[in-house]
Design a protein around this ligand. Structure first.
Ligand SMILES: Cc1cc2nc3c(=O)[nH]c(=O)nc-3n(C[C@H](O)[C@H](O)[C@H](O)COP(=O)(O)O)c2cc1C
Length: 404
């Protein structure tokens, strides 16, 4: 790996980066859970409009058996914003592929080409069973593979076609309702072998939760290897997800991080925050969560700013790994991932709305400024060298966060 202090750009560096958030429907957070199952419309409107104002490019509408419906919310996001792209999380068990294709094409037309789909094969058998899906996980990925093929055909075939596959059968469909653009980007979430096989071969975007840089590097190589073996000319875009904790200085940010993790631990121990992705009493069944917990067991801090205590505190439930530091340090840490090839970066705070506003003010412009510098000069700027964070010689977590 090239030293982050060097001005030379690694060959793997992405020349562009786009930012993703996740749309919150009410002010409840892991820090301060508010008992509610509903949509606070004023809050939701404000949240998505701020995302657009803050320079975000996308927002994820997650899917869970007891969450709001991701399609309906995505449609609202489209109408509340002008530019923000809704990423609809879709579990293949919830809709016949041609129906999902129709819903996505409708959303794409309604948003003039902004729709993206994130396909969730399902990480927990118990959660899948809640909506009548009893396939084991590897078979769920086989179904995802056929589902993706049918989405693409439904959007592009110009004459009627029939299909008799392993999971789906139909006659004389089409041409279907077409998207606004030529097609709709398809993203895959999941870290099991089956997820890599399907995503590497077929997805436009492959997504990760925050991992140490060296681990992410080898995972990206794996995705690219599978894409090459599948005969693809292109490679999936890489999406990586963090929960940054920022303050004016690195020291203040680490103090805040320790306060946050104490609150998050209280929330999860109290059992009053719902654990959507957790599998069984013995731990999560999905590999993404298992990896998050393994990283946390090995070290609290990795690289410049990656902090795993929040992942441990939530039991690895969903995206939970933090980046901790001043805006400069966190922007530099994001650039470390961009250097590895990430071109989609999800940053969503534990203090959801306030953090979205802060990231828009203090992080997004720094990353964009560095990329503009790189585009103009072909070299790294000084941000990464000037803000080493936890890479600084003598960095010590205990002293950096005060006497804790
Ligand atoms: C960025 C990202 C977003 C995700 N969003 C969801 C979601 O909205 N709903 C859900 O059930 N799982 C979500 N997942 C979890 C996985 O996609 C899911 O557990 C996977 O299908 C199976 O896990 P595995 O392949 O890692 O074992 C997300 C994963 C990632 C990386």
């Amino acid at each position: 790996m090239t030293e982050p202090s060097s001005t030379e750009l690694p060959a793997t560096a992405s020349p562009q980066v786009e930012f993703i958030s996740l749309s919150h429907l009410n002010p409840s957070t892991e820090l301060n859970p508010v008992p509610s199952r509903g949509i606070d419309l004023a809050y939701f409107r404000r949240y998505v409009r701020w995302l657009e104002e803050s320079g975000y490019d996308y927002t994820l509408l997650p899917y869970g058996s007891n969450s709001a419906d991701s399609f309906v919310i995505a449609s609202a996001v489209g109408q509340l914003t002008e530019r923000l792209r809704p990423i609809v999380a879709v579990r293949p068990n919830t809709a016949f592929p041609l129906v999902a294709a129709q819903q996505l094409a409708t959303l794409d037309q309604l948003t003039e080409g902004r729709a993206v789909v994130h396909i969730i094969s399902g990480g927990s058998d118990a959660e899948q069973a809640r909506q009548g899906d009893y396939l084991p996980k590897d078979r769920r990925y086989d179904r995802t593979s056929e589902f993706i093929d049918l989405l693409r055909r439904a959007w592009t075939e110009t004459s009627p076609f029939s299909h008799s596959g392993e999971f789906y059968k139909f006659d004389d469909f089409g041409p279907g309702f077409a998207p606004y653009g030529k097609t709709i980007p398809i993203s895959i979430g999941g870290q099991s072998d089956a997820a890599f096989e399907v995503g590497g071969a077929k997805a436009d975007i492959f997504s990760f939760w925050g991992e140490p840089l060296a681990d992410l590097r080898s995972e990206i190589d794996r995705v690219n290897g599978i894409a090459a073996a599948a005969g693809r000319a292109d490679r999936p875009r890489i999406w990586v997800t963090f929960r940054p904790i920022i303050a004016q200085t690195d020291k203040l940010a680490w103090e805040k991080a320790h306060d946050y993790v104490a609150k998050i631990e209280r929330t999860f121990k109290g059992g009053n925050y719902h654990k959507r992705y957790l599998g069984t009493a013995t731990g999560p069944q999905n590999v993404g969560s298992q990896r998050a917990l393994e990283f946390a067991a090995q070290s609290d801090v990795y690289d410049r700013a990656l902090w795993t205590r929040t992942a441990a505190a939530t039991g690895g439930a969903g995206a939970s790994t933090a980046l901790v530091g001043s805006p400069e340090t966190v922007a530099a840490a994001i650039l470390d991932y961009v250097d590895q090839g990430a071109s989609l970066v999800s940053i969503r705070g534990y203090d959801t709305l306030a953090d979205a506003i802060d990231y828009g003010r203090y992080i997004v412009p720094l990353v964009r400024q560095e990329l503009a510098h790189r585009a103009a000069t072909g070299q790294r700027g000084t941000l990464q060298a000037d803000h080493p964070g936890a890479l600084a010689p003598g960095f010590d977590l205990a002293t950096s966060a005060g006497s804790r």
